[in-house]
Design a protein around this ligand. Structure first.
Ligand code: CAA
Length: 257
């Protein structure tokens, strides 16, 4: 299968699996990825998702250039919409998403990583938006999300030049949250995902929803949303459990109710 999903408790690991093409994403792969992400978004047994690529060389080396080379304008529009849906699912599903960037994350690969809440990279990772070298621009969200993560000046430089950054530079500019040795990366990403899966699902989902608003629209609108979500959590058993556990000096057991 071009996309594999495995479970480790409440964590789902989604692996793009076309190592012979450095996990470049063709039509079948993006369609299956979209379907799996849709399922995971509504699966209450899954509280966190890790996205990674198979093999030792690549996370995802982008959209499949051989496939894209023959697209018409209308087909390109549909292709862009599929990538947008995947990145938006990662960005908005009511559970944490973590990219384990184990190698090349280029073009659409970088854009899917940008859809994730948190990015961990291996020392071997190389990230970038090289679309300019193909005579196109980032079409799966990179022209909007990269600047939100690294700032407008650096985003413009990377998108206009197509330059790749290594893991150390990606960390320095805030494109990835942390860097690990290749053999440690997936374990560290799983550890993070497991720790997020143990949080109150409602609190995490609402925190994600509120934080996603922070770089969009007016501050007053974001604060109004925060106020509503903050108050709503006081109707959950998890709020009562979290605060009782603090007062009783014990570890909370969150149920999601
Ligand atoms: N699409 C299709 N095939 C790809 C691919 C891609 N994005 N990236 C790699 N491959 C294939 C290569 O064609 C090659 O296949 P063959 O053996 O059949 O020729 C195989 O993967 C191995 O790749 P290389 O031999 O090129 O490996 P390398 O180590 O020499 O180079 C690389 C690695 C620098 C990542 C290079 O493969 C490369 O530049 N790939 C393209 C990266 C790119 O431009 N990505 C952006 C695509 S555009 C996009 O994603 C648009 C969007 O916003 C949605």
């Amino acid at each position: 299968m071009s996309v594999e999903v495995s479970r480790e408790g409440a964590v789902a690991v989604v692996t793009v699996n076309r190592p012979e093409a450095l996990n470049a994403i063709d039509l079948e792969t993006i369609t299956v990825l979209r379907d799996r992400l849709r399922e995971l978004a509504v699966d209450v047994g899954v509280r966190a998702v890790v996205l990674t690529g198979s093999g030792e060389k690549a996370f995802i080396a982008g959209a499949d250039i051989k496939y894209m080379s023959t697209l018409t304008v209308l087909e390109a529009r549909a292709w862009g919409a599929l990538g947008h849906e995947c990145a938006t699912l990662l960005e908005t599903m009511p559970k944490a998403t973590v990219a384990a960037v184990n190698g090349f994350a280029l073009g659409g690969g970088c854009e899917l990583a940008l859809g994730c809440d948190i990015r961990y990279a291996s020392t071997r990772a190389k990230l970038g938006q090289p679309e300019i070298n193909l005579g196109i621009l980032p079409g799966w969200g990179g022209s909007q999300r990269l600047a939100r993560v690294v700032g407008l000046g650096i985003a413009k430089e990377l998108i206009f030049t197509g330059r790749m950054v290594d893991a150390a530079e990606a960390h320095r500019i805030g494109l990835v949250n942390a860097v690990f040795e290749p053999e440690e990366l997936l374990g560290k990403a799983l550890e993070l995902a497991q720790s997020l899966a143990a949080k109150s699902p409602a609190a995490l989902a609402f925190a994600k929803q509120a934080t996603n608003l922070s770089l969009q629209g007016a501050l007053a609108d974001g604060l109004a949303q925060e106020a509503t979500l903050f108050a709503a959590l006081f109707a959950t058993e998890d709020q009562s459990e979290g605060m009782s556990a603090f007062i009783e000096k014990r570890t909370p057991g969150f149920t999601g109710r």
